[in-house]
Write a protein that binds this ligand. Structure first.
Ligand code: IVH
Length: 673
């Protein structure tokens, strides 16, 4: 291939891939399947490797990230990034609209928009190519986060249509709730501290040095303003519509995410609609923005020092109540992490009775300066667990005692540890602290681990109390009599439990590896380790260096694996499990292939030819990945009978391909197809 041919092919491929990205992420209407898309991307990657002189900063290959920003440089905004005056009161919106009317010669038209709860961004384009993306900063200067913004799939790298030569577009980058949930699930699995809310996490993500992590997190962006000398539109709404034609993701009129309003009644109607409906959106909003639509009227109304007079934000009240703090108790997790919990006088909040709120860690208690018997304000935001946002100091008694974080484990009285730089306290009594031991057994038998039925937390507690089970290996010594003698245990349940313990011996190595509870070794890491080391001996003998050389195994995980296998008791447990016949090496499954490599599936409903479990196994042995919930990353939804309509609607919304079991079996050339 000559240089000229290479350049042309790189240009053509880049354009084609970006257009597929647009169809997939912005329109949710993909025109090709994932496999063909990956082929195009691979071809582009290899051409760019051979001809690096033609690899542009705006190549779609940059979407996957990888570039590191050591330090974000400060950039001055060409147009200051103003804020909005905001109010929680409907009266003030009415007053604002009255003022606007008085100052306008004719009845003004308004545009109502959602107030996205994320991070403001200004993105400059020159000759249709993304040039620079800058955070709001102090409104005059912000930080250059271009490399990270390029990984956000709904932000076009190259524009289409009739765009101005130079302009800036402003919008809000946010964390879709589904992605936020997934991120926290992954962190929970790894025993890491959870992120508090989507907005702060979006902001933190945008400032990460490694853009590959940013790409993986799945941020999204809505646009709300176009700035430039040659913006030919007459109104804000028209300019935004034009931006949609150039390839930007803009809010939908059909879904009422944006509306043109002629009167205060219509504005109020829009506010009322979203005050109720906002909880059903796949992202968070914290209010409604009302803007005067025509640019000319906007200019007549002008600006105050900080914000335009032509716009106002109505903010939704976070639902908040006051209640009494009864007591702070401390939970000990299976990893020994100590979590303080506020026990509250029961109170109704956003439709549910709240009795407890997480306090996260010692710093949080310190920050709130909590005292015994305090009256606290409880709020329910985007977080699932309500949080304490403040203390009513006016109601504190003079002699109230300050709450000090405990020094010793509430369960086994061992002195707690807190590693430098970590927020959490730990109980180091790994082998002697009851909730840690029971927690490890509960984890061992859980569905994604050894999948042992019939032993709930109460039964584990009874078995532990009676000294029948002190660790997970002891489960394999249990007899029918041991179990049936327990309180409230019927013959049938005891039988089931024994059967289930026995059949767990067939659970594959990767699940056993997950089950034994090595800190930071979640399901995914366990799979990677099993695939790489093939059996427990090689893993136990692997040095720190061997471990970090495995794809996606970092220092923290490697260290934790080493520590686990250096422990004499752990080694003994593994030896016992081996003797009971558990699987400690991988079995190359019959009919295994890599046909589905890189593809993610969601299986839902009831099937005719094969069971749901079998479908999932077929996906795995053919190199694919199973996930529980549908996201933009899902390649296929395999839909069976009686599948929930919500899942189906979501798949349709996100443009996820929906296939039946027959299609799937054909895909993997299965004999039942
Ligand atoms: S317009 C000159 N529209 O709210 C005013 N802002 O305090 C430009 N925001 O920092 C802002 N959704 O990040 C506008 N539909 C929307 C918005 C929006 C969220 C944020 C924006 C700004 C803050 C205003």
């Amino acid at each position: 291939m000559t240089e000229q041919e290479a350049k042309k092919r790189i240009d053509d491929l880049s354009r084609e891939i970006e257009s597929h990205n647009y169809n997939y992420y912005v329109l949710s209407q993909p025109l090709i399947d994932d496999y063909s898309f990956d082929q195009l991307l691979k071809e582009l990657e290899s051409l760019e490797a051979k001809f690096p002189q033609f690899a542009s900063d705006n190549s779609p290959t940059k979407r996957v990230g990888g570039d590191i920003t050591k330090k974000f440089t400060t950039v001055e905004h060409e147009y200051p990034m103003l804020s909005l005056s905001n109010t929680y009161s409907e009266e003030e919106i009415i007053e604002w609209e009255n003022r606007v009317q008085k100052l306008s010669p004719t009845q003004p038209e308004y545009v109502c928009e959602l107030k996205y709860d994320g991070v403001a961004i200004g993105i400059r384009y020159e000759n249709g190519a993304l040039k620079q993306a800058v955070t709001r900063g102090d409104g005059t200067k912000g930080e250059d986060v271009t490399t990270n913004v390029r990984t956000i799939k709904t932000i076009p790298l190259k524009l289409k249509g009739d765009f101005p030569e130079k302009f800036e577009i402003r919008g809000e980058i946010f964390f879709p709730l589904e992605r936020f949930k997934l991120l926290n699930e992954q962190r929970e699995e790894l025993g890491e501290e959870l992120y508090a809310n989507p907005r702060n996490t979006a902001s933190g993500t945008l400032k990460l040095q490694n853009s590959a992590i940013v790409a993986d997190r799945g941020l999204d962006c809505f646009l709300y303003g176009v700035y430039g000398e040659k913006i030919i539109a007459e109104s804000h709404s028209r300019a935004v519509e034009q931006a949609g034609e150039w390839g930007f993701k803009i809010p939908s009129y059909q879904k009422r995410m944006i509306a043109k309003c002629q009167s205060i009644d219509e504005i109020m109607e829009f506010i009322a609609h979203w005050d109720k409906e906002r909880h059903h959106l796949p992202f968070e909003i914290d209010g409604i923005v009302i803007k005067v639509d025509r640019y000319e009227t906007q200019e007549n109304l002008g600006y105050t020092a900080k914000s335009p007079r032509w716009a106002i934000a109505y903010k939704f009240k976070a639902e908040q109540v006051q209640t009494e703090l009864n007591e702070v108790t401390y939970q000990v997790g299976r990893t020994g992490a100590i979590t303080p919990v506020a026990n509250l006088a029961p109170v109704l909040l956003a439709g549910t009775t709240v009795k407890r709120a997480s306090l996260h860690n010692a710093d949080q208690i310190e920050k709130l300066d909590l005292h015994e018997g305090d009256f606290v304000y409880v709020e329910k935001g985007g977080e699932i667990i309500p949080k304490i946002v403040g203390v009513n100091l006016g109601m504190r008694k003079d002699n109230a005692v300050k709450i000090d974080f405990i020094n010793h484990c509430p369960q086994c009285n061992t002195l707690l540890l807190r590693k430098p730089g970590e927020a959490q306290h730990y109980c180091p009594n790994y082998n002697g602290c009851a909730p840690q031991i029971k927690g490890r057994i509960e984890h061992f038998i859980s569905r994604k681990a050894m999948d042992i039925d019939g032993l709930g937390p109460e039964t584990i507690d009874l078995l532990f109390k009676q000294g029948l089970v002190n660790n997970y290996a002891d489960l394999y010594e249990l007899t029918f009599h041991d179990i049936v003698e327990l309180e409230r245990m019927a013959d049938k349940s005891a039988n089931n439990a024994i059967k289930s313990i026995k059949s767990s011996k067939d659970i594959p190595f990767e699940s056993v590896l997950f089950a034994i509870g090595i800190r930071y070794v979640g399901e995914t890491v366990a799979k990677k380790l099993a695939k790489h080391f093939k059996n427990i001996e090689s893993l136990m003998n692997a040095s720190f260096e061997d471990l970090i050389n495995v794809d996606e195994i970092g220092e923290k995980i490697a260290q934790s694996i080493r520590l686990f296998f250096e422990d004499h008791e752990n080694k003994q447990l593994i030896e016992r499990l081996k003797n009971y016949g558990l699987k400690f090496e991988i079995e190359e499954a019959e009919g295994s292939s890599e046909i589905l490599s890189g593809k993610t599936f969601v299986v839902s409903g009831v099937f005719e030819k094969v069971s749901r479990k079998e479908l999932k196994e077929l996906i795995e042995i053919n190199g694919g990945k199973n996930t529980g919930s549908i996201s933009a990353k899902t390649s296929y939804l395999i839909a069976g009978e009686k599948m929930g309509p919500a899942k189906l609607a979501k798949a349709n919304d996100l443009g996820v391909k929906i296939i039946n079991e027959g299609d799937f079996l054909k895909m993997i050339n299965h004999p039942n197809a």
